[in-house]
Ligand binder design. Structure first.
Ligand SMILES: CC(C)(COP(=O)(O)OP(=O)(O)OC[C@H]1O[C@@H](n2cnc3c(N)ncnc32)[C@H](O)[C@@H]1OP(=O)(O)O)[C@@H](O)C(=O)NCCC(=O)NCCS
Length: 383
């Protein structure tokens, strides 16, 4: 039984939602919420979005430095070799309800992947990197396979030579993505890769901190990401746009929603007090794809809402605000937006888990007790 010392007060009075609490040291990424700066291992997100690729970003997050050409090719090869799902997991996925939430399907499939990895419990740096590679390679395959299976179609085998972004779009739709579409998607994966100690990453570190395996840590992280206050917001933003329907209805819709004290999806952030740097890129993509397709309605609604929200609440859009409209115009189903977030964030989760394993101490904070003390047991018949 755990020893408690009731005379000892908890060390610090915690803020609600652990706001502002520093709960780990990390070199993976940092968010400067005042100046709107996001860095991965020292590199500004804008620099990476402009010049890097998702695979290179994965290497950076895991190793703390950009790869050489040979190292990048090595990682690409390892990812390609690890992408195929065990037949048993595919069989299991065929039995999933077709109307299951894709995030639930992903969570269950990732948990099951652990059964078929004999090295899952090797938490050495080498073993954990191998598991991280498998998970990063297999998550997009799981999401695309689930999408096809629920439509009654067979999963599509990955194309050799394609990167994760192209392969995912190809596996989802069964047709080759255009070069521009693949690049935009690749940048979306870079932008979502890490975000310091967000709720799902914190979850993964807490689980890893018990020395549970990486499949467990990532399964928990997927559950945390699925909620509407975290990764679930991108789908809800698109639902909101569909409900609003046209730009001229946006102001009225927002007024009603705010009067009802509703949280407007895609706005606000625990850390940013200015524009989320990721949303700058996603806004650009949302506009570009809309213009290209002659479907500017969603972008116009987004911009009308953005101006009105700033006027009314001084709140800025977050990462989930523009991504949904870009994915929607790419023909991706709404309920896959959050799984796509996971397909990218797996890189950050695994980087944090690697860091946790490398310098582990069990994460076990205290609660400030607000209940009664000193009560005496009353037999049930006398209550
Ligand atoms: C992200 C989020 C969970 C951060 O929550 P938080 O740090 O606990 O912030 P709070 O909920 O305490 O918000 C502070 C104030 O801003 C308001 N606010 C924050 N986000 C808001 C939103 N999206 N719509 C309307 N009001 C919002 C709150 O009502 C609160 O106002 P009050 O002080 O008058 O009560 C919150 O902004 C939110 O729910 N956003 C919508 C969901 C979303 O887009 N999530 C993705 C995050 S990347």
């Amino acid at each position: 039984m755990e020893k408690t010392d009731n005379k000892q007060a908890p060390a610090a009075k915690s803020a609600a939602g652990l706001e502002g609490v520093v709960a780990a040291t990390s070199s993976v990424g940092d968010v400067d919420g005042t100046n709107g700066v996001l860095i991965y291992q020292g590199y500004d997100i804008h620099d990476l979005a402009e010049h890097s690729t998702f695979e290179e970003t994965v290497y950076l997050l895991w190793h703390g430095r950009l790869p050489t050409q040979g190292e990048l090719e090595g990682l690409r090869r390892e990812l390609a070799d690890a992408a195929a799902l065990p037949e048993e997991v595919l069989r299991m996925m065929r039995a999933f309800p077709r109307d299951a939430e894709p995030m639930d399907a992903l969570r269950t499939a990732v948990s099951a992947l652990g059964f078929y990895d004999a090295g899952a419990r090797d938490l050495s740096r080498e073993g954990a990197l191998r598991t991280a590679t498998r998970l990063t390679a297999q998550l997009p395959v799981v999401v695309a396979a689930f999408e096809r299976l629920r439509k009654g179609e067979e999963p599509v085998a990955p194309r050799p030579g394609y990167n994760i972004a192209s392969n995912f779009l190809y596996a989802l739709k069964g047709s080759e993505p255009s070069e521009r579409e693949a690049r935009i998607f690749d940048v979306c994966l870079i932008l979502h890769a890490d975000h310091e100690l967000n709720a799902s990453t914190f979850t993964s570190r807490v689980i890893a901190g018990t020395l549970a395996d990486m499949y467990g840590a990532v399964t928990g992280a997927i559950a945390a990401l699925s909620g509407p206050l975290h990764g679930g917001a991108n789908t809800n933003v698109m639902k909101m746009l569909l409900e609003i329907g046209s730009p001229d209805r946006a102001e009225g819709w927002l007024k009603d929603a705010l009067a009802q004290k509703k949280k407007i999806m895609g706005f606000g952030h625990r850390v940013y007090r200015t524009e989320d740097p990721r949303s700058v890129w996603l806004r650009k993509f949302s506009k570009e794809i809309g213009d290209e397709q002659g479907e500017t309605r969603w972008y116009e609604i987004l911009e009308t809402l953005r101006a009105a929200m700033f006027r009314e609440k001084k709140l800025y859009p977050n990462v989930d605000y523009y991504s949904g409209s870009a994915y929607y115009l790419m023909g991706i189903p709404l309920d896959l937006f959050t799984p796509i977030f996971a397909v990218s964030r797996i890189s950050g989760w695994t980087a944090h888990v690697l860091e946790q394993y490398a310098n582990n101490r069990l994460i076990r904070p205290r609660a400030e007790y607000t209940g009664a003390r000193g009560l005496s047991y009353v037999p049930i018949g006398e209550r």
